[in-house]
Design a protein around this ligand. Structure first.
Ligand SMILES: C[S@@+](CC[C@H](N)C(=O)[O-])C[C@H]1O[C@@H](n2cnc3c(N)ncnc32)[C@H](O)[C@@H]1O
Length: 229
């Protein structure tokens, strides 16, 4: 880990509440009244949209040390780069949900624009600057923790020990359930760490289960890992 993280070290691409609901198979009646954490929430609009609907959601990411203006600049530039690179790899994705690049752009723009507006208003109470594997949260502070497109995905950059420590930390701060989506890596293959985590003796008391969902963009990326501490 470098001494000082730089915005160039991340990709500021975010997803919306609609996509989170599909990826994590979220039922709003179950979420009402629960304390929810979006770990590695980045520039997703899930926190903004969910709070607007009356849910109690916080987001955690190390990028929340940056200003709205700095993050917005990075969002615009990363979305451009991502869409430029997409045609060469588009066959690795299923297009039934977004239809095409223009459809994908609509979702990604909605996510970052909604995030930026909410970040300007609610930075201090909804967006917490902290990072895995060791966070600022207290034991069992959240009922439910969601992790989208962060753990397992970057297994080339974050090693097994990082995943082990991070999941132990998520178990420490979560009461009912942790959901991690997807469980494939950037090479479009199931991440080898998933089965190792499931079989870790230190997590023996947790109930772990891979669950299929009705949402697949990266081919093969239609499962999340559920961990019940
Ligand atoms: C690809 S983005 C996904 C953003 C969001 N979860 C979504 O799906 O729209 C991955 C996020 O993980 C964050 N991240 C990277 N390392 C982290 C760490 N050690 N702790 C918490 N967040 C981290 C990045 O800053 C980035 O915002």
């Amino acid at each position: 880990m470098p001494d000082k993280m730089d915005l160039k070290d991340i990709i500021a691409i975010g997803r919306t509440l609609d996509e989170y609901s599909r990826m994590f198979d979220l039922r709003f009646t179950q979420l009402k009244g629960a304390s929810i954490l979006d770990m590695g929430g980045g520039v997703s609009s899930f926190t903004a949209e969910a709070n607007e609907l009356g849910l109690n959601v916080k987001s955690c990411d190390w990028i929340y040390g940056f200003t709205a203006e700095e993050l917005e600049k990075k969002c615009v530039s990363d979305l451009g780069v991502m869409l430029e690179k997409l045609p060469a790899i588009r066959d690795n994705y299923r297009w039934d949900f977004y239809k095409n690049e223009a459809g994908l752009r609509v979702f990604r723009e909605k996510a970052y624009k909604t995030f930026i507006e909410d970040y300007k208003k609610g930075r201090s109470n909804r967006y917490i600057k902290s990072e895995l594997p060791f966070t600022v949260f207290t034991d069992k502070e959240f009922d439910i923790t969601l992790v989208s497109h962060f753990l397992f995905l970057y297994d080339e950059h974050k090693d097994y020990n990082f995943h082990l420590d991070s999941i132990a930390e998520l178990i420490r701060i979560t009461k009912e359930e942790i959901r991690i989506f997807p469980i494939v890596n950037l090479r479009w293959k199931k991440c080898g760490f998933v089965d190792r985590i499931i079989n870790e003796p230190e997590f023996g008391k947790c109930r772990m289960e891979v669950k299929k969902v009705d949402f697949e963009f990266v081919k093969g990326g239609n499962e999340f890992l559920s961990i019940k501490p």
